[in-house]
Design a protein around this ligand. Sequence first.
Ligand code: FEO
Length: 392
Amino acid sequence: MRPRKITENVFWMGFIDWDRRIFDSLVPIPNGTSYNAYLIKGSEKTVLIDSVDPEHYEALESQLEYVDKLDYVVSLHAEQDHSGSIPFVLEKYPDAMLVTSKKEKPMLMDLLHIPEDKFIIVEDHETLSLGDKTLEFILTPWVHWPETMVAYLKEDKILFSCDFFGSHMASTELFVTNETEVYEAAKLYYAEIMMPYHPIIKKNLDKISEYDIDIIAPSHGQLYSNPEFIIELHKEWIVGPVKNKVVIPYVSMHSSTRKMVEHLAGALIDRGIQVELFNLEVADTGKIAISLVDAATVVLGTPSVLAGPHPAVVYAAYITNALRPKTKFLSIVGSYGWGCKTLDILKGLTHNLKAELVDPVFIKGAPKDEDFKLLDKLADEIMEKHKSIDIL
Ligand code: FEO
């Protein structure tokens, strides 16, 4: 595929990865992804922003056949899906200098063995003149690693946002044309990649709101010619109120926990609360992550196994804790056969959540009438808790 024009002398380059289904051996990406690099030809200097995953350098190399001279390569983020082909690019253009932040330089030296004399370091808000075009660099830590920055092309009003505002989506449409279709992919991307850092990302959102942006050009997925769409979604996900919703990831071995979870779900629905159940035997981790973005409450459902929670629930608790959603309340339900440390283990695994623990219902054996009454009481308490906060 040839370079694709975005505005005058600004081009998309990169690779659309239709086949990839998992990122970092961790994150499900059901819609594939793309690695977007950008070429800017100024009247005096030419710059390439980022590169592609090194597995797909051939695609970028064929596009570089249209580029006689390259003065700078800008690296916005050290993760190898963007930086991994930079050594090949520098080899192809030995006079090109590598422009990056002070924090990123040692990372690129460690990860890619780029020699120190290739670097130009830029500070926050520093500009790089390309002649008739000007790039401004804006440090935006933790979108997605501590060194990340974005670049703003002043004359064209394009924000090159790297991972920020991205979505894992393979599409031949350069710009978003179907916002409904992008919504779920962008929310999944936010949940899996940005949500753990959402308090810091809020500061970066504030920082970029000072800029007049016509186009957001991320390094994954499609570009936004309506930047407000994705900026407003990020505001909602980061600082908006949680929803009147309970997410219940659970596993059951001999139906006791399942009966409890189903009873609790029914009781919550009767009280006007939205419920999303995830049986961890079959649930998609990405769908759980999306649900966590705006759930007021998480209830973990588990039987006891070898004196602790079921390993699938341990994983769900660990991931929930690592993703740091805005969840306000947490509870645990389940059943045990004899002594266990299930509650203590799950409480320990969820220590990052700023969530208030609502009394768990953890019972011995199969649930009896009195246990179902305890679950009704838990549903009452969750309803009251939801009424006590700002909720959507
Ligand atoms: Fe797309 Fe953090 O790399």
